[in-house]
Design a protein around this ligand. Sequence first.
Ligand code: CTP
Length: 483
Amino acid sequence: MSTGGRRLVGRLIALGVTGSIAAYKAVELLRLLTAEGADVVVLLSPSAQRFVGPLSFAALSRHPVETDVLDLLPDGRIGHIVIADSADAFVVAPATAHWLAAMASGLAGDVVTAAALATSAPMVVAPAMDGDMWRHPATVSNVSRLRDVFGYAVVSPEAGPLASGQSGMGRLAELPSIVDAVVAALAERPIRQPDPASRPPLAEGLIREADLAGRRIVITAGGTREPIDPVRYIGNRSTGKMGVALAEAALARGARVTLIAAAVEVPLPVHADVTHVETTAELREALATAMGLGSPGSVGSGAGSGAAAGGRRQTRSGPGAGAPDALVMAAAVADFTPAAPSERKIQRRDRLHLELSPTPDLLAEIAAAADARAVTAPAGRPVLVGFAAETGSLDRAAEKLRAKGVDLLVANDVSEPGSGFGTDTNRVTILDRSGTVESLPLLGKLEVANRILDRVATALDARDAAAQTAGAKPPSTATRGST
Ligand code: CTP
């Protein structure tokens, strides 16, 4: 079998991630291991999940992520034991001082330690912590026990800037040297031909090609908050899970993703360009930039823009200019905003009347602006996807699709159990302009995201084909495949 120079073809690597500030680097480590041909399955300790969410790893590894010692696979097997038994090598990166101590003592309180105790695969451990913690006699003795008694390969941390702001030993080793250590740990071992039934399952329906490579997709997520005064706001129950799942799935399929995050309660994708917003007015402004439409005023007009000030919006890395290929508007946008938010905290009193003004319909504005621009650049209209949160019936969905001028509308009944705010699952119906209605069963949000992106990918291909037939150059031709 030709491996094309890839050093981990045919290997199943368990990647354990524990709760260090360096946990986000494990996403890149997963990519590097995969690029070497490895099949990677991820286990996250509870504290690791405070830094990076399981969705990032599930979307990239295409396996369910183990997060709990009590989790069973759909077929009833114990998830972390299946990984322990089938992994060719087990790498823990970053490994915290706490994890090293638990492992040295054989305390199996989380999935990473439990699987490590249960495996006979070679172990590679890459610690990361504060310099004083690394030098502490407890850590020194734990590391030497793992190395000398257990036979683990330890990829020592390096000197450099630390999370504490100080500089010293403790930074996670450079990722290529961790990959090299995994390769070295397996050097003498023949590639096994395990029974597929004994291996960790693939995540349900997550097998997609990189069919969005070269595409840029703007996704909004979470609920907007409209200030009443400096202390209080009008908000909604959105947690941002659906929007974040869309961003993770789009990234895993090769897209460049601009994520505009309102109030989001789950970890954000590591590789997205994230713009944080709070109010509908800030979202409107961020959308105008991300969609390459200039100032919000040039998108349309309406109430709500007055609250744009306040300076709460932060940009981690700004989206590039120019129209993206698609917008997926998963954010729960306030329909009303206090007409005159108070600059000072409103005192307790017998009664309070709040005057609310309607916000502009951002999606309808974007659709109108995209239509106007499409007259001069027919190939450039982004595929627009709206959501419709309904309670009780989806009867209004078709009219919403028409009124907002979107290509696809994803409707769900948020009052149904397992569907809607804060859940890990969703039951949605996808409507399109031609009148097709696709009702999906109850699915995990990552799978729902992929089903929506399947439709976006198809719509984009149709758009490009139409543009080519019309003799126009598809807008993405220059950049496709470049990411
Ligand atoms: N939306 C928007 N601007 C608003 C309100 C909603 O762009 N001011 C977007 C949402 O992000 C979503 C879609 O429009 O993609 C539908 O949102 P929904 O709340 O279901 O519909 P509304 O337009 O608010 O209509 P209604 O309140 O009558 O249900």
